[in-house]
Design a protein around this ligand. Structure first.
Ligand code: ATP
Length: 285
């Protein structure tokens, strides 16, 4: 095999809690993660030496700092691969949006190179290496529905959530994950989301039980800085979403619908509203 094509899926956080700030500046979190159908496509090809990277995105660095390149370098080093790899990234996942697009690309490169170079490495090992690139990379390697603890790298796979439609809207602002965590008062969180209850609801296939526990403590930082997030949440609820939340550190807002027709009408309405630059109607993966 000389080339391998792989899809990288975005994620949303159905619930996001911060347990405490750790001495090294990281945060101990407790989150319910869900892959969704917004996707990047990556083409990996064997090449002479090192990592060559191209992308159709004008907003992304095409150098060493790209997480896809960093993942490829890590794989070449860890598995002592003598050849190199050429990567082309077709970017669709909104950037700096709270949907882990960069981590998803890194995860896809690691999984793809595992196949391309016949490494036969277990996913658990890729996940262990992947955390050095980003705390969300191990989850992106696993995918699906999962409980994430520690700094996000301690994962418990969960059964798929019940069928639903997910409307995701990214306003025309970018939010730095680092800024949000640095400005979070981890000791002053007034009310922690019920992540244990949400995990039980996921296990029971209880969508109303999931919806009523949707909460994200990072909204306390991002929403005051960008009130459009709150406007979008309210708009989605008004348009028939049964739950609506900011994903990750934002600014993407998602709404969950059980009625496909309502979801479609909400998509059309949001596209007309102009509150968000990018709007997607998708499903859990
Ligand atoms: P998270 O939800 O994990 O916090 P995010 O969705 O907020 O992530 P990303 O889209 O992963 O954010 O991008 C964060 C930063 O990483 C951006 O500043 C971007 O320039 C950089 N970056 C590097 N490589 C990539 C990549 N392949 N895709 C997206 N962003 C990348």
């Amino acid at each position: 095999m000389n080339e391998y094509q792989i899809t990288a899926y975005a994620k949303i956080n159905l619930g996001l809690d911060v347990v405490k700030r750790l001495p090294d500046g990281y945060h101990q979190v407790k989150m319910i993660m869900q892959s969704i159908g917004i996707r990047d496509e990556l083409l990996l090809e064997k090449a002479g030496h090192g990592v060559t990277f191209t992308t159709d995105s004008e907003e992304l660095p095409a150098d060493e700092s790209n997480l896809a390149c960093r993942a490829a370098r890590l794989m070449l080093e860890k598995y002592r691969i003598s050849g190199g790899v050429r990567i082309h990234l077709q970017k669709n996942i909104p950037i700096a949006a709270g949907m882990a697009g960069g981590s998803a690309d890194a995860a896809a490169v690691m999984k793809g190179m595992n196949r391309l170079f016949d490494l036969d490495a277990p996913l658990s090992q890729l996940m262990e290496y992947g955390v050095s690139i980003g705390a969300d990379v191990p989850y992106c390697i696993l995918g699906g529905t999962a409980l994430a603890e520690g700094i996000g790298e301690k994962l418990t796979p969960l059964p798929p959530i019940p069928a639903c439609r997910i409307l995701a809207a990214k306003p025309d602002i970018s939010v730095s994950t680092r800024y949000v965590y640095e400005h979070l008062d981890a000791r002053g969180i007034p009310c922690h989301p019920d992540i244990d209850g949400m995990e039980a609801a996921v296990r029971a296939g209880d969508l109303p039980g999931i919806l009523c526990r949707m909460a994200n403590v990072l909204e306390a930082v991002t929403v005051p800085a960008h009130p459009v997030i709150s406007t979008l949440k309210n708009r989605m609820l008004k348009l028939g979403a049964e739950g609506s939340l900011m994903s990750g550190s934002g600014p993407t807002v998602f709404g969950i619908f059980t009625d496909p027709q309502a979801a479609l009408s909400a998509l059309e309405q949001l596209q007309k509203d102009g509150l968000a630059r990018q709007v997607f109607l998708t499903e859990p993966v």
